[in-house]
Every structure is written in structure tokens, then in C-alpha cells.
Write a protein that binds this ligand. Structure first.
Ligand code: CTP
Ligand code: MG
Length: 238
């Protein structure tokens, strides 16, 4: 039988590296890309995916209504719920998981995706679902093509073996019970990490990596939206 699969789309950040402190602007995940807010691009891929049963969008409390309104009428809308996030990404993911944990029948698998990565494609979602089904925990990543150095106060201290390095992206996926438990234990032990794979690793789970896509980058700093516009004009023919 098909496992019950949920996704958490995190959209509660303030985008401080993007706005460089000018908080009057909407957070980056609400920037318009070809007439649609950025978060909507990956949301529509997640809700249209045949294996995904529910998508929780986690956002700032004052933006919940906006997302509920913006998503009205989109194909797959019946799978969407919107809830409030927290002050860190980790808190936002956990709050999404807690909401999902109340639903019956329970979810077996969960994917977590950054709303600031608009170019999520269905093949990447397929890959991560296959990986998590086989291994219990899985993330997408891309091999690093630059040589990476460890630098302290402007001086190189070490050169890392590039053949072992991956830059990780989202979606990151795990057995639902594993990820929820890891998040709850992290709160109890005041453990703060930047991604879900790190939490799973910390609590002893093996995390498989499957190949992501260079287009699946995260809008982070000024100029990244222009990169999205350029990619959209090359790849999207609609
Ligand atoms: N995120 C979230 N809740 C937070 C912080 C981040 O849901 N409290 C989400 C963001 O909305 C984003 C994703 O996590 O889609 C990845 O985080 P990041 O790129 O760091 O976004 P921000 O935290 O918003 O940006 P910055 O770190 O520059 O402030
Ligand atoms: Mg951040």
C-alpha cells in the first residue's frame, strides 16, 4: 500500500540577507516571479505530486491569510493547510510537523522544502521519495565543483577533499516518526542546526543523498531573483 506522505513548506523567514535589514519589503518568498509569489512555485509542484497527500505551509502569523487567499483555486488546493511558524527555521519545521502529527491516518513519510527554492522539479521529488522509502532518511544535494577551504581570519587553514563534498538542498525527507522525534529531542537538549539532515545525523540515523539540480538553488541575496527570471525565461515555456 502507498505510504502516507506529507510535506512541510517553510515560509516563515524574514529574508534578512536578501533585504539587508529593510524590513518594509515583503520577505523574499513573497517576491513576484512571473506574476506568482516565489513560494507558490514549489507549492504547486508539491501539491500536484501524486504521492504527496498533504502540504503544510508554515509562515508568519500575519501572512497566513494571504497564503490562504493566494492559493484559492490552485490545482491540489485541498491538500494545503497553512499554519504559523517560529523564530528559527528549525522551529518552523517542528511546528509544521506537530500540526501533521495530529492528523489521522498518520503520515509515514515527510518532506521538508524551503519556499525560497522555487525551481523544485517533480523528478527531484520522485528521487527523494524513492531514497526515503529505501533508507528512511534522504536529502537532495549536488557535488561541490569549487575547491573548498577552511579559512580563519583571512588565512587558509585547510583544503577539503572535494570528492567527498556535497552542497545540500531541499527537499529533505525522513520517516515521519524519526523526524518528529528528532525535533522534539532537539528542543529538549537545546540543539540548534541549520537543516533537518543534521538533526537526523545527530540522532544516529543514516541519511542518503540523492542528486538534486543546480536550478534548485535558494534565493538568498539580492540578485538571486534576477537569476530566477533568467532561468524561468530559458526553461519555462508557459
Ligand atoms: N524559514 C522559516 N522560518 C524561519 C526562518 C526561515 O520558515 N524562522 C524558512 C525561510 O522562509 C526559507 C527557508 O526557511 O524559505 C530557508 O531559510 P533562509 O534561506 O535562511 O531564509 P530566511 O531565514 O528568511 O533568510 P535569512 O537567513 O537571510 O534571514
Ligand atoms: Mg535564515
Amino acid at each position: 500500500m502507498k505510504p502516507r506522505v506529507a510535506a512541510v513548506l517553510v515560509a516563515a523567514g524574514s529574508g534578512s540577507r536578501y533585504t539587508s535589514g529593510e524590513s518594509a519589503e515583503p520577505p523574499k518568498q513573497f517576491l513576484q516571479l512571473r506574476g506568482r509569489p516565489l513560494y507558490m512555485w514549489s507549492l504547486s509542484v508539491l501539491v500536484r505530486h501524486g504521492l504527496i497527500d498533504r502540504v503544510v505551509v508554515v509562515t508568519r502569523p500575519d501572512l497566513i491569510e494571504k497564503i490562504e487567499k493566494d492559493s484559492t483555486g490552485m490545482p491540489g488546493r485541498e491538500k494545503v493547510v497553512v499554519t504559523a511558524g517560529g523564530s528559527t527555521r528549525q522551529d518552523s519545521v517542528r511546528l509544521g510537523l506537530e500540526l501533521l502529527s495530529q492528523e489521522r491516518p498518520s503520515f509515514e513519510i515527510v518532506l521538508v522544502h524551503d519556499s525560497a527554492r522555487p525551481f523544485l522539479d517533480t523528478e527531484v521529488v520522485d528521487g527523494v521519495i524513492q531514497g526515503v522509502t529505501a533508507c528512511g532518511a534522504c536529502t537532495v544535494g549536488v557535488p561541490v565543483s569549487d575547491t573548498v577551504k577552511v579559512v580563519e581570519q583571512g588565512i587558509i587553514k585547510d583544503t577539503l577533499d572535494r570528492s567527498k563534498l556535497y552542497a545540500v538542498q531541499t527537499p529533505q525527507a525522513a520517516r515521519f516518526a524519526w523526524l518528529l522525534e528528532a525535533h522534539r529531542m532537539a528542543v529538549a537538549s537545546k540543539l540548534a542546526v541549520t537543516d533537518d539532515a543534521a538533526l537526523l545525523e545527530h540522532f544516529g540515523h543514516e541519511v542518503r543523498i540523492v542528486e538534486g539540480s543546480p536550478h534548485n538553488f535558494k534565493v538568498t541575496v539580492r540578485g538571486d531573483l534576477e537569476m530566477c527570471e533568467a532561468l524561468a525565461s530559458i526553461f519555462l515555456k508557459d
